[in-house]
Design a protein around this ligand. Structure first.
Ligand SMILES: Nc1ncnc2c1ncn2[C@@H]1O[C@H](COP(=O)(O)OP(=O)(O)OP(=O)(O)O)[C@@H](O)[C@H]1O
Ligand SMILES: [Mg+2]
Length: 433
């Protein structure tokens, strides 16, 4: 009898300790903004379920008035479950209505009718972030339509660049949580692990900006089956970890966790351990299960993304010299915008000089027979500088009445390493007004 009572007591103590860990987690992570979370576990260990749980936790906290509403963006991997005959992302319906975003030229069809609970919108490479809605759970379907590795890297880079630019220009509504299942697909550790050059560069780009996104109230909630399959600099930016059943190496920075691999490999599908930003970790916690609903049925992905989705450029530049090119990009027949594009030798030169800032200010200098435009690299610059050397600065052209005044390549470029600037010169096509 005594023994039994003893067990009950221990059980109670463990229960109250678990509740305390959860409270701590909610206070530190769920009710907060802009802190990145990495879930790691082997295939089938319940990673996606853990991500559902986090959506649930965030939404519940909002309903209870414990936090401001956070925009949720879920990047769909396109998985379906053949036993319950339904598509993974439809589980999200239980947390709110969905805004499903499909690339133009592709489509999605549903086996069952979801009425207002699922809204579908198409997006182009330039306007994904404008289509995000705060009131719905946004599901971005890209991966199911991507077969080509080079395109995969290029598209995610562009989308990520736009995210940074828009966050910086305060065009997005933070707080925002981006859910990425299988995050290693975005930032491989080395060039050899990358599927393409653009894929590897995407990882670099994420590394460079993930901290800034955090300070702008945008957090990543990601999963992976291999910690060391993610770029080191990127995984180090994740303050929080949830460990599911896991057998791999945690990497040097998480060496402490490596001492417990025997323990982590025995976790059940519903179990997890939370690692807090100070490195302390919780008791084993049990998570709820969000089963797939057979009534949701399948979603069918139709079509695939081709070059056309991103190739809207009027003329690709192929310069061997250091030049800045003024270009017009036709977005569709009626609309377009102006930008500057640095030639690849010029980008290379800037890289060599260590000018790697991805923000830039653009100024028109005093004009005589030529039109000099100065680009100053500075983290507070008004415009974004993409890894392809592009500066989208329509506003600049308008502000200085430069539309129709300069065209094509600059005839001269000067680099000033101390000032971190580039000045390019054009001959005017017509006198400036
Ligand atoms: N909290 C839970 N309670 C009960 N069963 C669970 C729970 N979490 C996961 N499972 C079981 O484990 C299975 C796999 O879960 P889940 O799809 O989340 O894993 P995963 O790690 O995302 O897998 P994959 O690598 O295939 O994407 C679920 O279908 C379910 O049967
Ligand atoms: Mg999964």
């Amino acid at each position: 009898m005594n023994e039994l009572f003893g067990d009950v007591k221990v059980e109670k103590e463990v229960e109250s300790r678990r509740a305390e860990w959860l409270r701590k987690f909610r206070r530190g992570f769920v009710y907060n903004f802009g802190q990145h979370m990495l879930i790691c576990g082997i295939t089938g260990s319940g990673k996606t379920q853990t991500m559902f749980w986090l959506v649930d936790e965030i939404r519940k906290a909002e309903e209870n008035g414990r936090k401001r509403q956070e925009t949720i963006v879920w990047f769909d991997t396109g998985k379906s479950d053949f036993i319950s005959r339904s598509t993974e992302f439809l589980v999200l319906k239980r947390f709110g209505n969905l805004n499903v975003l499909i690339p133009e030229g592709c489509d999605i069809k549903f086996e069952k009718d979801h009425g207002d609970a699922v809204k579908v919108q198409h997006f182009s490479i330039d306007n994904l972030w404008n289509k995000i809605e705060r009131r719905r759970i946004n599901v971005v379907c890209l991966e199911p339509f991507l077969r080509d590795e080079e395109l995969h890297g290029q598209i995610f880079t562009k989308i990520f660049d736009d995210l940074i630019m828009k966050a910086h220009n305060l065009e997005l509504k933070p707080p925002m949580a981006l859910f990425f299942d299988e995050f290693h697909n975005l930032c491989p550790p080395t060039e050899q692990d990358a599927l393409s050059r653009s894929h590897y560069r995407l990882g670099k780009r994420i590394q460079k900006n993930i901290e800034r996104l955090r300070s702008l109230g945008i957090r990543f909630i990601c999963s992976t089956h291999g910690m060391t399959k993610i770029r080191k600099g990127v995984r180090m930016s994740f303050q929080w970890r949830i460990i599911k059943r896991y057998i791999g190496d945690f990497g040097r920075e998480d060496n402490r966790l490596n001492d417990f691999t025997g323990f982590f490999r025995k976790l059940e599908n519903w179990e997890c351990v939370i690692v807090y930003p100070n490195g302390i970790f919780s008791d084993v916690l049990s998570l709820p299960f969000y089963p797939y609903n057979e009534e949701d049925g399948y979603a069918f992905y139709q079509g695939m993304i081709t070059e056309k989705f991103i190739k809207v450029y009027s003329e690709p530049i192929n310069n061997k010299e250091l030049v800045t090119n003024k270009q017009f990009i036709a977005v569709n027949l009626r609309k377009g915008y102006l930008l500057f594009e640095f030639s690849s030798p010029l980008i290379k030169k800037l890289d060599e000089l260590g000018i790697t800032e991805n923000r830039v200010s653009v100024r028109l200098l005093p004009i005589n027979s030529s039109i000099p435009i100065k680009f100053i690299f500075d983290e507070n610059g008004k415009y974004g500088f993409t890894e392809y050397g592009r500066i989208h600065c329509m506003e600049f052209f308008r502000e200085y009445n430069l539309i129709g005044v300069i065209k094509g390549r600059s005839f001269k470029v000067e680099i000033n390493p101390e000032e971190k600037s580039v000045t390019a010169y054009w001959k005017p096509l017509k006198p400036l007004s």
